[in-house]
Design a binder for this molecule. Structure first.
Ligand SMILES: [Zn+2]
Length: 322
């Protein structure tokens, strides 16, 4: 089947109490690892491309790799989505260039500006059969210098969501409930430590999610920054010459719970990077004489595939839903 939009996917996910995985793609091995797992697990999938990915791999290469995945995985619906489109022009370029979904992220701008730019993208996108994700609220990262638990202003304000969705006509909404971009989602000061000395992050604000869902019944919600930063990857990286102390993510049980509620799209990027890096570091350590990229990229691709299969089954719950 050709590339699809997320409309049908989200409707089924909302009703079925699961979420679709949105995985960032940057090169061939990542595209293959993700889509092979989804094909085997019969899972619908969103392949998303950031501004950085377009700069790294080039728009044409990304499009053609995704088109190849569509041919190789005929049994599953695949969406091609722009992640964090910064402005109308970038969104328009992707809509014109074959994407079936775009995100316009003006969440750091004042409410009315966010509404105006999002509405402009929605009008152009809908006229071309493309759907739009928008964002309200700001996701914190460790570089943000704010303690998320103490800084309510970074969370989405539920009282704004109806007006925003009505005025913009967006198809899905990313909200801030305590997830965060990157592999260092929280500072040690924001966390507690378990018996093994591993950081335990503050819980997601399910009260905010529930209030948003109450105001937007049936409307698909998106969670960004939702890698779990599996400690097995972090330990493997650190055991083979890496240095990632206190890397920490969102617990998988919390994401599973969100997927059962109104969250229909969960973004995972850092876990892909960690899976690849852990695999390659281990490989180089064990085979210092090898120099053929195929030798170390093959297990790296397999590591992505295994990680994605785990997410589909244990976190998203979208296996068998294609
Ligand atoms: Zn994001």
């Amino acid at each position: 089947m050709p590339l699809v939009t997320s409309t049908e996917m989200f409707k089924k996910a909302y009703d079925g109490g699961y979420a679709i995985g949105a995985f960032n793609v940057n090169n061939m091995e990542i595209v293959q690892g993700i889509t092979e797992a989804c094909q085997e697990q019969k899972a619908p999938v969103i392949l998303q491309v950031s501004k950085g990915a377009r700069a790294y791999a080039n728009h044409t290469y990304l499009i053609k790799m995704v088109e190849a995945a569509v041919i190789e995985c005929p049994d599953i619906p695949i969406v091609l989505h722009l992640d964090h489109g910064p402005d109308f022009e970038t969104c328009k370029a992707c809509i014109d260039g074959g994407f079936t979904s775009v995100m316009i992220d003006c969440s750091s701008r004042p409410f009315d500006e966010n509404v105006a730019e999002t509405k402009k993208v929605v009008e152009y996108a809908h006229a071309h059969g493309v759907v739009v994700e928008a964002e309200l609220g700001t996701l914190a990262g460790v570089e943000d210098d704010v303690k998320v638990s103490a800084e309510d202003s970074s969370y989405t304000h539920p009282e704004e969501v109806e007006e925003f969705v009505t005025r913009t006509g967006c198809d899905s909404l990313a909200i801030a409930i305590g997830t965060s971009h990157g592999a260092y989602k929280f500072t040690p000061e924001q966390c507690t430590r378990n018996e093994q000395g591993i950081l335990v992050p503050p819980p997601l604000r399910f009260d905010v999610l529930e209030e948003v869902s109450k105001r937007l019944p049936g409307f698909p919600i998106v969670l960004h920054g939702s890698s779990s930063v599996p400690q097995e990857f972090v330990q493997k990286i650190n055991a083979h010459g890496g240095k990632m102390p206190d890397a920490i993510g969102i617990p998988e049980e919390e994401l599973r719970h969100a997927a059962q509620l109104s969250v229909c799209k969960i973004n995972i990027d850092s876990d892909i990077r960690l899976a690849i890096t852990a695999s390659i570091r281990e490989y180089f350590d064990e085979h210092p004489d090898h120099f053929d990229p195929r030798q170390y990229l093959k297990p790296a691709r397999q590591a992505v595939k295994d990680m994605v299969a785990h997410k589909l089954i244990n976190v998203l719950g979208c296996n068998g839903k294609a």
